[in-house]
Write a protein that binds this ligand. Structure first.
Ligand SMILES: Nc1ncnc2c1ncn2[C@@H]1O[C@H](COP(=O)(O)OS(=O)(=O)O)[C@@H](OP(=O)(O)O)[C@H]1O
Ligand SMILES: Nc1ncnc2c1ncn2[C@@H]1O[C@H](COP(=O)(O)OP(=O)(O)O)[C@@H](O)[C@H]1O
Length: 198
């Protein structure tokens, strides 16, 4: 870091924004295999939060790779850079007073922990969307598992690339043989128990 660049503390801070918006700001980080249901659950949860008047923003892996993270692939280094950029963007949004929902495979513990470390204690909520690989592969909505099995896609998480499951996620969802509504209700209850939502 250049020592001539000094942090400027502005007058409107996070507490003031939370008071204006009427709720706390935090980052809900959804991690799990491709096809586990991250986008579906994050999207349904965002709808419910929005309905309650919560100011939200949903960052989705497939979408940010069209802009902020354009050109990055799926090597370990590219995933790390992808998640570093997303983590910094999410941090700004949380500072702006939003409840940010981020849905990324984010297969490496170190990358997820690096994002956790960017935020104040309690403002990073890791949500492990735990769906068996066989189920994800059966869902295969984009046909990517089929391509990965055929060797047409390399470094595919769960096939020829690792997925390091969270050890102590704040929320552990089993998203198999359950309705999306049931799962959303479970996440909301966990957030209320942590006093992140009223
Ligand atoms: N090799 C490989 N491994 C995993 N996923 C792949 C790969 N190639 C393409 N895709 C598609 O890209 C989506 C994952 O992007 P992410 O930005 O979430 O990945 S990561 O967090 O940087 O690991 C992922 O989206 P989801 O299915 O929504 O998880 C896939 O559709
Ligand atoms: N609880 C669930 N039960 C059955 N199918 C689900 C459930 N949650 C998500 N799905 C389906 O699984 C597929 C993958 O979901 P998606 O949200 O795209 O996963 P991801 O974002 O993790 O890749 C979609 O076809 C979605 O409709």
């Amino acid at each position: 870091m250049n020592k001539d660049i000094v942090w400027h503390q502005h007058d409107i801070n996070k507490a003031a924004r939370a008071e204006q918006k009427g709720h706390k700001a935090f980052l809900l980080w959804f991690t799990g295999l491709s096809g586990s249901g991250k986008s579906t659950i994050a999207g349904a949860l965002e709808q419910e939060l929005f309905r309650r008047g919560v100011h939200t923003y949903l960052l989705d892996g497939d979408n940010v790779r069209h802009g902020l993270c354009k050109g990055l692939g799926f090597t370990t280094a590219d995933r790390q850079e992808n998640l570093r950029r997303v983590g910094e963007a999410a941090k700004l949004m949380v500072d702006a007073g939003l409840v940010v929902l981020a849905a990324f495979v984010s297969p490496y513990r170190a990358d997820r922990d690096a994002i956790r470390a960017l935020l104040p204690e309690g403002e990073f909520v890791e949500v492990f969307v735990d769906t068996p690989l066989a189920e994800c592969e059966q869902r295969d909505p984009k046909g990517l598992y089929k391509k990965a099995r055929a060797g047409e896609i390399k470094h595919f998480t769960g096939i020829d690339d690792p997925y390091e499951a969270p050890v102590q996620p704040e929320v552990h969802i089993h998203n198999h043989d359950r309705s999306v509504e049931e799962v959303v209700a479970e996440v909301l209850a966990k957030l209320q128990a942590r006093e992140l939502l009223s």
